[in-house]
Design a protein around this ligand. Structure first.
Ligand code: GAP
Length: 512
C-alpha cells in the first residue's frame, strides 16, 4: 500500500472494525483523545501481555507494580517536571497555528538530510556497481555543503536549547527560512515555555484543596516505590521495577491519530544499577529491547536507533527506537540512562534516605537507573500500520487482511456455520462451548461464508472453522488459514491443538 494512503486506511479501518474510536464522538470528539473498541481492547491487552511476560516474567530480577496516577505534588518538583517539562511554543501570527519550535527545526534538518539522500541516490544510479557511498559523501561538494549546514544548525539549536535561549532559537527559525506548514507564512511570535502537565485539585473544599498533577510519566510511581519494593521483594541490585499505566500530557500539537495523544499509556521499566555501570547496562537494554521488537516478526527494516543530541534534564545518555510509521521514522520507545537524578532528588525533597548497601562491594550508594519506556498506543499504531495489508487475489478481487502476529490477534478462532440452519448453528455452539475458555472466539452466523471470511481476515483472526452438514456425520470441520487462505478438513478434536500451536505467545518469547 502507498504510504500516505496507508495511514488513512489505518484510521478508517480502526473505526470500521471496532478497534479505535474518537472519544466522545457524539459531542464531535475531544482533541487527541481516543477510545479503544471491542477489538482494540483485545489487541491492546495482548500487546501488554507480550511486554509484561517479556519484561517481568522473563527476568527473575524484575518485578511489577501498579502505582496511583495521583501522586504527592512535590514529586513533580523533585523530578524536575514543574520546572523543566516544557516545550518551546511558537505561534504563527497569520495562521494562529501553534507549533513546537524544536520540532520545526528538527523537521528542517530532516529536509536537508533528504536532499543528501537524493544526491546519493542520483549518484548511485549514475555510477552503478562502481558507486561507493562513503567516498561520495566525503567528496561531493554539494553533500559536504548540506552536511556543514546541518552541523551548524544542530550546534546552534543544541546550545540554545541548553541555555533556554529562545530569542536565538527564534532567530534560527527565521534564518533557516522555516515557514508555517499550514499557511507558508514566516511571521512568527516569540517563543514561550509551555508546561505539559495537566493540573487538578484534591479535596472538596476549594480553599484547602491542594494542587495535583496528572502524572506525565509512570516512572515516578516506580521511583517513589523503590524503597518499599526493594525491601519487600528482598531484591539485590541490579534489579528492575516495571509498570503499565496511564500518563497525561497537554501536548501543544497532538495529532497523527493515536501517535501523540493527551491521555495515553506507557509500559516502563526502571533498572537499578551500581553507579559507574551505566554504559554497560545501557548497551544491554538497547540490545534487549530491539530484540523484543524483532521477536514480534515484523520486518526488521522498520526499526532504527536515534541517539539524542539534546538530553532530558535527568539523562546522561539516551536513544529512541524509531519505527517506520506511514508518516516516516518516529520515536516508538525511549531508552534512557537516568543516572541517580530521580532517587537523589526525591531523597533531598522528602528528607528520607534512599540508598542501597551493596553486599558484594560493601559500599552504600544511591542506585543509578536505566529506563526503558514504550508508549502502548504507539506500539499499537506501529503494529497496525505494518500489519494491515490490501491484497489482490488470483481472481483479481481484493481483500483486506490484518496480518497480526497470531498471538496478538483480538480473535483467535472464528466458528462459522456454513449456513444459518438450526442444526449447524447448534453444533457450532457446542464447539464454541468446549473452547470458549481457551482464547477469544467469535461465533459468526450472519452473511455468506465468503463475507464472513473477509470480515475475519480484516480483524486478523488466524483461523476460521466452518461447520457444514458433513460435520454432523463425520465430526470434521474445514479449517481455513488467514494468511494462505488454504483450507483443510480436520477432526473437531484437533482444533484446540492446531490453534493453540499457532497462537502461542510463549514460543515468540522463548526466542528472546
Ligand atoms: N519516563 C520517560 C518518558 O516518559 P518519553 O520519551 O517522554 O519518556 C516515553 O516517553 C514513550 O511514551 C515514548 O517513546 C512514546 O512511545 C510514548 N509517548 C510519549 N508521549 C506520548 C503521547 N503524547 N502520546 C502517545 N505516546 C506518547
Amino acid at each position: 500500500m502507498e504510504e500516505s494512503n496507508q495511514f488513512k486506511r489505518v484510521i478508517a479501518h480502526a473505526k470500521e472494525y471496532g478497534f479505535v474510536f474518537p472519544s466522545s464522538e457524539i459531542y464531535d470528539g475531544l482533541s487527541a483523545v481516543y477510545d479503544y473498541g471491542p477489538h482494540g481492547v483485545e489487541l491492546k491487552n495482548n500487546i501488554k501481555e507480550y511486554w509484561w511476560k517479556a519484561m517481568v516474567e522473563g527476568y527473575q530480577e524484575i518485578v511489577g507494580i501498579d502505582s496511583a496516577i495521583f501522586m504527592h505534588p512535590t514529586t513533580w518538583k523533585a523530578s524536575g517536571h514543574v520546572d523543566a517539562f516544557n516545550d518551546p511554543l511558537i505561534e504563527n501570527k497569520d495562521s494562529n497555528k501553534r507549533y513546537r519550535a524544536d520540532v520545526l527545526i528538527e523537521n528542517h534538518i530532516k529536509k536537508i538530510e533528504a536532499k543528501i539522500e537524493k544526491e546519493i541516490l542520483k549518484a548511485a544510479k549514475k555510477w552503478g556497481q562502481q558507486f561507493d557511498r562513503s567516498t561520495f559523501i566525503n567528496t561531493s561538494q554539494r553533500v559536504i555543503g548540506y552536511q556543514i549546514k546541518i552541523n551548524e544548525i544542530e550546534k546552534r539549536f543544541s546550545s540554545s536549547m541548553k541555555k533556554g535561549d529562545f530569542l536565538d532559537m527564534k532567530l534560527l527559525i527565521e534564518e533557516c527560512g522555516i515557514a508555517c506548514p499550514d499557511s507558508g507564512s514566516k511571521n512568527w511570535s516569540d517563543i514561550k515555555q509551555f508546561n505539559l502537565m495537566f493540573q487538578t485539585k484534591l479535596g472538596a473544599a476549594q480553599k484547602r484543596a491542594s494542587d495535583l498533577y496528572m502524572r506525565p510519566e509512570t516512572a515516578q510511581g516506580i521511583f517513589l516505590n523503590y524503597l518499599n519494593v526493594q525491601k519487600t521483594s528482598r531484591l539485590k541490585i541490579p534489579f528492575g521495577i516495571a509498570q503499565i499505566g496511564k500518563a497525561f500530557r497537554n501536548e501543544i500539537v497532538a495529532r497523527q491519530f493515536i501517535f501523540r495523544m493527551r491521555e495515553f499509556e506507557q509500559m516502563e521499566m526502571q533498572y537499578f544499577i551500581p553507579p559507574g555501570s551505566q554504559q554497560e547496562w545501557y548497551s544491554f537494554w538497547k540490545a534487549a529491547r530491539l530484540k523484543w521488537h524483532h521477536a514480534m516478526g515484523l520486518d526488521k527494516e522498520n526499526y532504527q536507533f536515534h541517539d539524542h543530541i539534546n538530553l532530558a534534564h535527568y539523562a546522561d545518555d539516551a536513544t529512541d527506537i524509531e519505527f517506520k510509521f506511514p508518516f516516516g521514522f518516529k520515536e516508538l520507545e525511549g531508552i534512557h540512562s537516568r543516572t541517580d537524578f530521580d532517587l537523589s532528588s526525591h531523597q533531598t525533597f522528602s528528607g528520607k534516605k534512599i540508598s542501597y548497601f551493596d553486599p558484594f562491594t560493601n559500599k552504600t550508594y544511591t542506585p543509578f537507573v536505566i529506563e526503558t519506556s514504550i508508549g502502548l498506543d504507539r506500539m499499537f499504531l506501529a503494529i497496525y500500520s505494518a500489519c494491515l495489508k490490501e491484497q489482490t487475489l488470483e481472481d483479481a478481487s481484493k481483500r483486506i487482511v490484518f496480518e497480526l502476529p497470531p498471538y496478538l490477534a483480538p480473535v483467535k478462532l472464528a466458528i462459522l456455520p456454513l449456513v444459518n440452519k438450526e442444526e449447524l448453528v447448534g453444533f457450532a455452539q457446542e464447539i464454541n462451548d468446549k473452547l470458549q475458555w481457551e482464547w477469544a472466539i467469535s461465533l459468526d452466523v450472519k452473511d455468506t461464508i465468503g463475507k464472513r471470511y473477509r470480515r475475519q481476515d480484516a480483524i486478523g483472526t488466524p483461523y476460521c472453522v466452518t461447520i457444514d452438514f458433513d460435520s454432523l456425520d463425520d465430526g470434521k470441520v474445514t479449517l481455513r488459514n488467514r494468511d494462505s487462505m488454504k483450507q483443510e478438513r480436520i477432526a473437531i478434536d484437533r482444533i484446540k491443538q492446531v490453534v493453540a500451536h499457532k497462537v502461542d505467545m510463549i514460543s515468540a518469547l522463548k526466542t528472546l
